[in-house]
Each structure stands twice: as structure tokens, then as C-alpha cells.
Design a protein around this ligand. Structure first.
Ligand SMILES: Cc1cc2nc3c(=O)[nH]c(=O)nc-3n(C[C@H](O)[C@H](O)[C@H](O)COP(=O)(O)O)c2cc1C
Length: 179
């Protein structure tokens, strides 16, 4: 085996399924993809997102105290790539990425149209973890398309697999082969 720079060891976790974390604050919609997302607790239902405080979305979540999570199918991989490589500008980053959205049914958070599953989360706590911060959300509402029957059937939902940014390449995301 060859040595790996410990600061780059996070890449050994790939491929990973990214989710879109978004937030509405002061009339502006913020959004970014994250791979560092994990289910932390069932009761209460808690989800953790490791996020760099340098991101506009991170700062907006800290202000608003709530956020949404959306998992999208591989057909929306280009939008994910846009969200992950474009710093926030303008009033609505989701729309800039071509993603329409509506207000959550429980919280005032943007919910991505066409998503396979969404969470509406209130910000439960924040913890500094090195150069990132763990944002812990309490899941106030969750919804999924019919392909989720207690578990994913993967008949309609084909997750994005992220393997790392390949410079200038749209092959950043590897699609799961359709059965
Ligand atoms: C697929 C993908 C996954 C990412 N995952 C994370 C992550 O887990 N945590 C993080 O802090 N940044 C992550 N990033 C980086 C941010 O999404 C990216 O810097 C984004 O443009 C920040 O947007 P904002 O400044 O508008 O908030 C990821 C980027 C990509 C492309």
C-alpha cells in the first residue's frame, strides 16, 4: 500500500451519495451538496452534517436555525455539480442550478422539486470539529417517493455516486447502472 496524506484521507470514503442541504434566510435561498452527512439518532431523530464555516449555506443555517436535506437522482447530477462548484451569488442558488423548490410543509425551508427524499430539520446544536463544524439537525418532517417502501427499492431512484471532483469533467458523478 502507498501512504496517503491524512488531510486527503476523506477521499478514501468515496464513492459517497451526496445530499443537497439548503436554507432560506432573509429572503435568500442558499444551497450546497454535502457528502459528510450521517444519521445520528433515531429518537429523537437527528442528522449530522459536517460543514465548513466558510460556506454561505453554513452561515445561513446558523442564522436561520433550520435547513432541508434533499436526495436527488442521477439525472440531477449536473445541478449537484453546479451547487458544489459555484459560490453563492444572487438571491436563489437552487433556481440558478435549475432546481425549482417549494416551502416545506412543516418548516420554512426550501424543498427541492423532483427530489427522491427530503428532510425538514431544525438546528439542534453545533459543534466545532477542526476546520469544519458539525451541524446537528432534528428531523421535524421527512418524505420520500413511492420507491421507498421502508427501504429503497432502487427501481425509480438511482442515487448519485460522488467520486471526487475531476477537474473540468462532468464525469464527477458515476451513475448506478440501471437494471
Ligand atoms: C459532491 C460534493 C460534496 C460536498 N460535500 C461537502 C461536505 O460534506 N461538507 C462541506 O463543508 N462541503 C462540501 N462540499 C463543498 C460545498 O458544497 C461547496 O463548496 C459549495 O459550493 C458551497 O456553497 P455555498 O458557498 O454557496 O454555501 C461538497 C462539494 C461537492 C461537489
Amino acid at each position: 500500500m502507498n501512504p496517503v496524506d491524512p488531510a486527503k484521507a476523506y477521499r478514501l470514503f468515496y464513492p459517497a451519495v451526496p445530499a443537497i442541504v439548503s436554507c432560506s434566510a432573509g429572503g435568500t435561498v442558499y444551497a450546497m451538496p454535502v457528502v459528510s452527512i450521517v444519521s445520528l439518532s433515531n429518537d429523537p431523530p437527528l442528522v449530522g452534517v459536517s460543514s465548513s464555516p466558510s460556506h454561505s449555506t453554513h452561515r445561513a443555517i446558523a442564522r436561520a436555525g433550520r435547513f432541508s436535506v434533499a436526495w436527488v437522482g442521477s439525472q440531477l447530477a449536473p445541478a449537484l455539480e453546479f451547487l458544489g462548484t459555484t459560490p453563492h451569488t444572487g438571491e436563489d442558488k437552487l433556481l440558478s442550478a435549475g432546481l425549482r423548490h417549494e416551502r416545506g410543509g412543516t418548516l420554512d425551508v426550501p424543498v427541492v422539486e423532483g427530489a427522491a427524499a427530503v428532510l425538514e430539520c431544525s438546528l439542534w446544536s453545533r459543534h466545532v470539529t477542526g476546520d469544519h463544524e458539525l451541524l446537528i439537525g432534528r428531523i421535524e418532517a421527512a418524505r420520500a417517493i413511492a420507491d421507498f417502501q421502508g427501504y429503497w427499492r432502487f427501481e425509480a431512484y438511482h442515487p448519485v455516486l460522488y467520486a471526487g471532483i475531476q477537474r473540468g469533467s462532468f464525469e464527477t458523478y458515476r451513475e448506478r447502472p440501471t437494471p
